[in-house]
Design a binder for this molecule. Structure first.
Ligand SMILES: *Cc1c(COP(=O)(O)O)cnc(C)c1O
Length: 396
């Protein structure tokens, strides 16, 4: 099918909820994707922090193909080796005890919210409140869009589930003012992704942890975007010296195969008994085999280290552009390979211009260029993207 035919069908037959770019993708190779006319793009979005191994990584392709040839799905009525291996690996890596695997980020957070509610009620009937941050993003289901501290995602879906409160991110006094014995959980992204790559002060999460402990509230960290080595650590909470009671993962976990997971302690997990939560597809052998392959490659190819080194290099290169175009870029911030550059103008035209020159980048929160590329990229790939961005900024 040609490009126009595909776009016409989409516009007639797909739900029109995405403001899509004028691009039809057909395949990928490492940090590159190709459109259906054969044009090559360097991919600094990675499917929004999903394709941690890049595209068509041979180990992931082999793992998924082999698993598909054995068994794709069998339901959670039975045990599988691949799920057991993944659970053990995630528990070990997180320093927590118990894993539940679902199919998406929103579903992971939904499960974490349900668990926090059940746990709160083991302490007091009214311990049900969940505090989240303004400009956060936690998903699109009713509970998770309510947890999301951005009215634009909530408008029109009222009545929303009750019991959610919001505080400004990185403002410990604001949290201290509303946390109470009724709080069952504080739910935060360690670094806000969708909200604009917002990095909190070094001691913010430590103080949040202390307040949670004081009031017997759980700390839920949404690491759907920041987890899986994105920041140069397996979990971003390692950067900040805290440990959550529940952590959620999704995006990068299976390198692009749909998956989500929450991990918690034995103490909290005890609030759930058989029948309290579930999923038909969640933790299916295909997704678990993919996640196991991703974790293996991350280890073998030292991708945490790479994320740190290349992330620092990317920040340096963006800072050089900031010096060159001080009227366009005002701030560069990042940890590992989640990096943002604040613009003085909306970013959509810049993203579009980069696209027409063969580089996929992203803009979030209106004026923040966000870079969440595959963790396998090299300095040469950074140079390639930066050259396109440089040309684009020069033309503004
Ligand atoms: C993407 C994202 C989600 C939602 O994940 P879905 O798989 O789209 O449901 C939740 N939280 C954070 C921090 C995210 O970045």
């Amino acid at each position: 099918m040609d490009k126009q035919t595909i776009e016409d069908i989409d516009q007639e037959n797909y739900l029109q909820v995405f403001a899509r770019y004028n691009l039809v993708l057909s395949h990928g190779d490492g940090p590159y994707v190709y459109d259906n006319e054969g044009k090559k793009y360097i991919d600094f979005l990675g499917g929004i922090a999903v394709n941690v191994l890049g595209h068509a990584h041979p180990v992931l392709v082999k793992a998924v193909s082999e698993q598909a040839g054995k068994i794709i799905h069998c339901s959670n009525l039975y045990y599988t080796e691949v799920q057991a291996i993944l659970a053990k690996k995630l528990a070990t890596l997180s320093g927590l005890d118990r894993v539940f695997v679902g199919n998406s980020g929103a579903e992971a957070n939904e499960g974490a919210i349900k668990l926090a509610r059940k746990y709160g009620k083991t302490i007091a009937a009214d311990k049900v409140e969940i505090i989240t941050a303004e400009h956060s993003f936690h998903g699109r289901t009713l509970a998770t869009l309510t947890a999301t501290g951005q009215p634009k995602y909530q408008k029109g879906y009222e009545p929303l589930p009750g019991g959610f409160k919001y505080v400004p991110f990185n403002d410990i006094a604001a949290l201290e003012a509303i946390i109470s014995a009724k709080t069952c959980a504080v739910m935060l992204e360690p670094i806000q992704g969708e909200g604009g790559v917002n990095i909190p002060d070094k001691d913010y999460l430590i103080k949040v942890r202390q307040l949670c402990d004081k009031y017997g509230a759980l700390l839920i960290l949404d690491e759907i975007q920041t987890g899986m080595g994105r920041t140069g650590k397996m979990f971003a909470y390692e950067l900040f010296g805290v440990k959550p009671d529940i952590v959620t993962l999704a995006k990068g976990l299976a390198g692009g195969v749909p998956i989500g997971a929450f991990i918690t302690t034995n103490k909290v997990a005890a609030a759930f008994t058989a029948g309290d939560h579930g999923s038909t597809f969640g933790g299916n052998p295909l997704a678990c085999a993919a996640a196991n392959a991703v974790l293996r490659v991350m280890d073998e190819e030292k991708l945490l280290e790479n994320a740190q080194i290349i992330g620092d290099y990317l920040v340096d290169k963006l800072n050089a552009l900031k010096s060159k175009y001080p009227a366009l870029i005002t701030e560069v911030r990042g940890k590992g390979l989640i990096v943002g550059a604040k613009l003085t103008l909306p970013g959509r035209d810049i993203v579009n211009n980069c696209l027409s020159q063969g580089a996929i980048i992203n803009c979030t929160a209106g004026d923040i260029l966000r870079f969440v590329p595959p963790l396998i990229i090299t300095k040469d790939h950074v140079d390639e993207m930066i050259a396109v961005l440089d040309k684009t900024l020069a033309a503004v």
